[in-house]
Write a protein that binds this ligand. Structure first.
Ligand SMILES: [Zn+2]
Length: 168
Protein backbone atom coordinates (compact mmCIF):
# COMPACT_ATOMS: atom_id res chain seq x y z
CA UNK A 1 0.00 0.00 0.00
CA UNK A 2 1.25 3.49 -0.81
CA UNK A 3 0.64 6.71 1.15
CA UNK A 4 -2.19 7.87 -1.14
CA UNK A 5 -4.18 4.66 -0.61
CA UNK A 6 -3.40 4.80 3.08
CA UNK A 7 -4.79 8.36 3.37
CA UNK A 8 -8.00 7.18 1.73
CA UNK A 9 -8.23 4.31 4.22
CA UNK A 10 -7.57 6.46 7.30
CA UNK A 11 -11.24 7.20 8.18
CA UNK A 12 -12.09 3.49 8.05
CA UNK A 13 -9.04 2.72 10.11
CA UNK A 14 -10.10 5.29 12.66
CA UNK A 15 -13.60 3.84 13.01
CA UNK A 16 -12.69 0.13 12.82
CA UNK A 17 -9.08 -0.17 13.83
CA UNK A 18 -9.16 -3.93 14.28
CA UNK A 19 -11.13 -4.78 11.13
CA UNK A 20 -9.33 -7.31 8.88
CA UNK A 21 -9.83 -5.16 5.73
CA UNK A 22 -7.67 -2.47 7.38
CA UNK A 23 -4.70 -4.80 7.86
CA UNK A 24 -2.81 -3.35 4.87
CA UNK A 25 -3.27 0.19 6.15
CA UNK A 26 -2.14 -0.88 9.64
CA UNK A 27 0.97 -2.43 8.17
CA UNK A 28 1.73 0.71 6.14
CA UNK A 29 1.28 2.97 9.17
CA UNK A 30 3.62 0.81 11.21
CA UNK A 31 6.31 1.47 8.59
CA UNK A 32 5.46 5.06 7.50
CA UNK A 33 5.99 7.93 9.93
CA UNK A 34 4.08 10.44 7.77
CA UNK A 35 0.92 8.33 7.67
CA UNK A 36 1.23 7.51 11.37
CA UNK A 37 1.34 11.25 12.08
CA UNK A 38 -1.71 11.76 9.85
CA UNK A 39 -3.62 9.11 11.80
CA UNK A 40 -2.60 10.64 15.14
CA UNK A 41 -3.82 14.08 13.97
CA UNK A 42 -7.17 12.63 12.90
CA UNK A 43 -7.54 10.82 16.22
CA UNK A 44 -6.83 14.06 18.11
CA UNK A 45 -9.48 15.89 16.05
CA UNK A 46 -12.07 13.19 16.65
CA UNK A 47 -11.43 13.10 20.40
CA UNK A 48 -11.72 16.89 20.51
CA UNK A 49 -15.08 16.68 18.71
CA UNK A 50 -16.20 13.99 21.16
CA UNK A 51 -15.55 16.32 24.08
CA UNK A 52 -17.49 19.20 22.50
CA UNK A 53 -20.87 19.89 24.08
CA UNK A 54 -23.57 21.23 21.78
CA UNK A 55 -25.32 24.24 23.36
CA UNK A 56 -28.83 23.65 24.64
CA UNK A 57 -31.67 25.19 22.66
CA UNK A 58 -33.50 27.92 24.56
CA UNK A 59 -36.68 26.50 26.19
CA UNK A 60 -38.66 29.40 24.68
CA UNK A 61 -37.41 28.84 21.14
CA UNK A 62 -40.67 27.34 19.84
CA UNK A 63 -42.83 30.06 21.42
CA UNK A 64 -40.61 32.84 20.09
CA UNK A 65 -40.69 31.30 16.63
CA UNK A 66 -44.49 31.00 16.75
CA UNK A 67 -44.76 34.67 17.80
CA UNK A 68 -42.57 35.73 14.91
CA UNK A 69 -44.64 33.65 12.50
CA UNK A 70 -47.81 35.31 13.73
CA UNK A 71 -46.21 38.75 13.40
CA UNK A 72 -45.18 37.97 9.84
CA UNK A 73 -48.67 36.69 9.05
CA UNK A 74 -50.46 39.72 10.48
CA UNK A 75 -48.04 42.19 8.87
CA UNK A 76 -49.50 44.11 5.93
CA UNK A 77 -48.88 42.36 2.65
CA UNK A 78 -46.12 43.79 0.49
CA UNK A 79 -47.15 45.73 -2.56
CA UNK A 80 -46.59 44.17 -5.97
CA UNK A 81 -43.55 46.35 -6.53
CA UNK A 82 -41.95 45.20 -3.27
CA UNK A 83 -42.65 41.58 -4.15
CA UNK A 84 -41.21 42.07 -7.63
CA UNK A 85 -38.12 43.68 -6.15
CA UNK A 86 -37.63 40.82 -3.68
CA UNK A 87 -38.11 38.37 -6.46
CA UNK A 88 -35.56 40.06 -8.71
CA UNK A 89 -33.07 40.29 -5.86
CA UNK A 90 -33.28 36.73 -4.64
CA UNK A 91 -34.46 34.47 -7.43
CA UNK A 92 -32.25 32.56 -9.83
CA UNK A 93 -33.83 34.04 -12.95
CA UNK A 94 -35.51 30.77 -13.81
CA UNK A 95 -39.00 32.22 -13.35
CA UNK A 96 -38.33 35.12 -15.65
CA UNK A 97 -37.17 33.04 -18.59
CA UNK A 98 -40.64 32.53 -20.10
CA UNK A 99 -41.32 36.25 -19.76
CA UNK A 100 -37.97 37.06 -21.37
CA UNK A 101 -38.68 34.64 -24.21
CA UNK A 102 -42.09 36.26 -24.69
CA UNK A 103 -40.56 39.73 -24.75
CA UNK A 104 -37.95 38.67 -27.29
CA UNK A 105 -40.64 37.07 -29.44
CA UNK A 106 -42.65 40.30 -29.27
CA UNK A 107 -39.59 42.31 -30.32
CA UNK A 108 -39.11 39.93 -33.23
CA UNK A 109 -42.73 40.16 -34.32
CA UNK A 110 -42.86 43.95 -33.99
CA UNK A 111 -39.46 44.41 -35.62
CA UNK A 112 -40.20 41.98 -38.42
CA UNK A 113 -43.70 43.27 -39.10
CA UNK A 114 -43.11 46.97 -38.66
CA UNK A 115 -42.35 47.48 -42.33
CA UNK A 116 -45.78 46.14 -43.32
CA UNK A 117 -47.51 48.09 -40.55
CA UNK A 118 -45.73 51.34 -41.44
CA UNK A 119 -46.85 51.19 -45.06
CA UNK A 120 -50.39 50.11 -44.20
CA UNK A 121 -52.97 52.86 -44.54
CA UNK A 122 -56.10 52.54 -42.44
CA UNK A 123 -59.16 53.24 -44.65
CA UNK A 124 -61.05 55.07 -41.89
CA UNK A 125 -58.60 56.56 -39.41
CA UNK A 126 -60.14 56.60 -35.93
CA UNK A 127 -60.10 60.09 -34.42
CA UNK A 128 -59.98 59.22 -30.72
CA UNK A 129 -59.77 62.10 -28.31
CA UNK A 130 -56.82 62.53 -25.98
CA UNK A 131 -58.97 61.56 -22.98
CA UNK A 132 -60.00 58.27 -24.60
CA UNK A 133 -56.36 57.57 -25.41
CA UNK A 134 -55.39 58.22 -21.82
CA UNK A 135 -58.09 55.90 -20.52
CA UNK A 136 -57.02 53.18 -22.91
CA UNK A 137 -53.43 53.58 -21.76
CA UNK A 138 -54.47 53.40 -18.08
CA UNK A 139 -56.52 50.28 -18.78
CA UNK A 140 -53.56 48.60 -20.45
CA UNK A 141 -51.30 49.49 -17.53
CA UNK A 142 -53.84 48.10 -15.07
CA UNK A 143 -54.05 44.86 -17.05
CA UNK A 144 -50.26 44.55 -17.08
CA UNK A 145 -50.11 45.09 -13.31
CA UNK A 146 -52.82 42.49 -12.72
CA UNK A 147 -50.99 39.98 -14.89
CA UNK A 148 -47.77 40.65 -13.01
CA UNK A 149 -49.58 40.13 -9.68
CA UNK A 150 -51.10 36.92 -11.00
CA UNK A 151 -47.68 35.65 -12.07
CA UNK A 152 -46.20 36.40 -8.65
CA UNK A 153 -49.10 34.73 -6.84
CA UNK A 154 -48.98 31.65 -9.06
CA UNK A 155 -45.31 31.22 -8.36
CA UNK A 156 -45.58 31.76 -4.61
CA UNK A 157 -46.29 28.15 -3.51
CA UNK A 158 -43.43 26.78 -5.64
CA UNK A 159 -41.02 24.52 -3.81
CA UNK A 160 -38.01 26.79 -4.21
CA UNK A 161 -39.77 30.02 -3.22
CA UNK A 162 -37.45 30.80 -0.37
CA UNK A 163 -37.60 34.47 -1.25
CA UNK A 164 -41.38 34.58 -0.84
CA UNK A 165 -41.47 32.57 2.38
CA UNK A 166 -42.71 35.64 4.23
CA UNK A 167 -46.10 34.94 2.65
CA UNK A 168 -46.84 32.06 5.01
ZN1 LIG B 1 2.61 6.52 4.17
Amino acid sequence: MNCKLCHAALPNLLLETAAPENAAARDHIAACAACAHQLATLQATISLLDSWQAPEVSPYFDQKLAVRFREAQSAPSDGWFQRLRTRLLFNTGRHLRPALAGALALVLVVGGGSFGIATFQHPHPVQASAVVNDFQLLDKNEQALQQMDQLLQDDAPAADSGATSHRI
